[in-house]
Design a protein around this ligand. Structure first.
Ligand code: 4NP
Length: 153
């Protein structure tokens, strides 16, 4: 199984999703490929935002080796599951998809996790609010566990 988590810049939310999905896969003994990407290329090649690095580190997860990657059409073909962090990410990904098969792989992360009704549809962009990172971490952690539970069934 190959999964890519996608947000706008691939420096705040989806690096956390990559780190947490990988932890959940490893804890279940699954040798799955987990990646992340951004719909925008503003930060291509950059490491994750220091605020995401810090909140991940507080929870024992090292995301420092990740580098921002601009999602390509090849990615939509290559990965089995493409998880957008918010509705705009999903709309942007679907607009980029070339085939129905690619479109069908694209899902809203919290919806796929079964959390959209309780927690709302979107993992909100924390970029302009330093205080939002702890909450984003908690939400992404919960969703990553739910996604892996669902896929493990
Ligand atoms: P992300 O957050 O999509 O969670 O990585 C953002 C990062 C950068 C920008 C916006 C959102 N930006 O405008 O540069």
């Amino acid at each position: 199984m190959k999964i890519i988590a996608v947000c706008l810049g691939n420096i705040c939310r989806s690096p956390l999703a990559e780190g947490l999905l990988r932890r959940e896969a490893e804890s279940r003994g699954l040798d799955w490929e987990i990646a992340s990407g951004g719909t925008a290329n503003y930060h291509t090649g950059n490491p994750p935002d220091p605020r995401s690095v810090a909140v991940a580190r507080e929870h024992g997860i090292d995301i420092t080796t990740q580098r921002s990657h601009h999602v390509s059409e090849e990615d939509l073909e290559y990965y089995d599951l493409v998880l957008g962090m918010d509705r705009q990410n999903v709309a942007d990904l679907k607009a980029r998809a070339q085939t129905q098969d690619q479109r069908d792989k694209i899902h809203l992360f919290l919806d796929y996790a079964g959390l959209a009704e309780s927690d709302g549809p979107d993992v909100f962009d924390p970029y302009y609010d330093d205080r939002a990172y702890a909450g984003v971490y908690q939400l992404v952690e919960k969703a990553a566990m739910r996604v892996m539970d669902r896929l493990g069934d």
